[in-house]
Design a protein around this ligand. Structure first.
Ligand SMILES: CC(C)(COP(=O)(O)OP(=O)(O)OC[C@H]1O[C@@H](n2cnc3c(N)ncnc32)[C@H](O)[C@@H]1OP(=O)(O)O)[C@@H](O)C(=O)NCCC(=O)NCCS
Length: 196
């Protein structure tokens, strides 16, 4: 598999980064496109073969972070769940690594198609604790939002804890509306045609 690092043509202040290969908007089969992301990291599409490295990410994350991602204290992913996350018709998943240590995954970003609501995609983020609070989640959410628009989605949904200030700030920045609160949980969505 060839590897190339490509510029997204955006900065943190730019509206929507769009992942680009050298010849089009999306990577071709067999081509691995590495998008530069904050903190000296690069971000690429995941494949089903990445499960072990993703389990290592889960093992390094605190229980608080894993519970914030899944709303339960999940220790690792079931193999079937990972197949779902990497199934091209059902989800897009990106993995982020330090450029100097590409085998070490420090963040996972998921865009998962809703069952029975065509064009609705759910955003999930899990960042290793030591990489949080430094702008990485904001950048990854923007990559996912740009990709959701490329896919022709109409709605990006997200569920998080109502006390999760970072995720809530990210979603507000993306233009989230229609917040619904149920106990400790908050649900919202971003209309993709009007996304910032
Ligand atoms: C939630 C998460 C994805 C956010 O990513 P991050 O890289 O930590 O967040 P960022 O550094 O991009 O900051 C996002 C916002 O939170 C703010 N922020 C950062 N640290 C903060 C803190 N300690 N308290 C309050 N706000 C904070 C930032 O200023 C930014 O807001 P702004 O855009 O208005 O300036 C990440 O922390 C994470 O993976 N947490 C565990 C899993 C999780 O909660 N997933 C979300 C549910 S799917």
């Amino acid at each position: 598999m060839s590897r190339q690092i490509v510029a997204t043509g955006t900065t943190m202040a730019d509206p929507i980064p769009t992942p680009r290969s050298s010849h089009g908007l999306l990577p071709a089969a067999g081509e691995s496109v590495w998008i530069p992301t904050p903190l000296g990291t690069v971000t690429r599409l995941a494949s089903v073969a990445d499960l072990d490295a993703v389990q290592d990410l889960h093992a390094r994350c605190s229980l608080v972070s894993r519970a914030a991602r899944y709303m339960v204290g999940k220790r690792e992913l079931a193999p079937a769940e990972w197949r779902h996350f990497t199934h091209p018709a059902r989800a897009t998943t990106w993995l982020t690594s330090p450029e100097v240590a590409p085998g070490r995954i420090v963040a996972m970003t998921n865009l998962i198609a809703h069952h029975g609501d065509r064009g609705a995609l759910d955003l999930g983020l899990l960042i290793e604790d030591g990489f949080q609070g430094q702008g990485l989640g904001t950048a990854l959410a923007r990559i996912a939002l740009g990709h959701a628009r490329l896919l022709g989605g109409h709605r990006l949904t997200a569920s998080t804890g109502r006390a999760n200030r970072r995720m809530i700030a990210i979603l507000h920045r993306l233009g989230a509306t229609d917040w619904h609160y149920s106990g400790p949980d908050a649900d919202t969505h971003v209309h993709l045609d009007g996304a910032r």
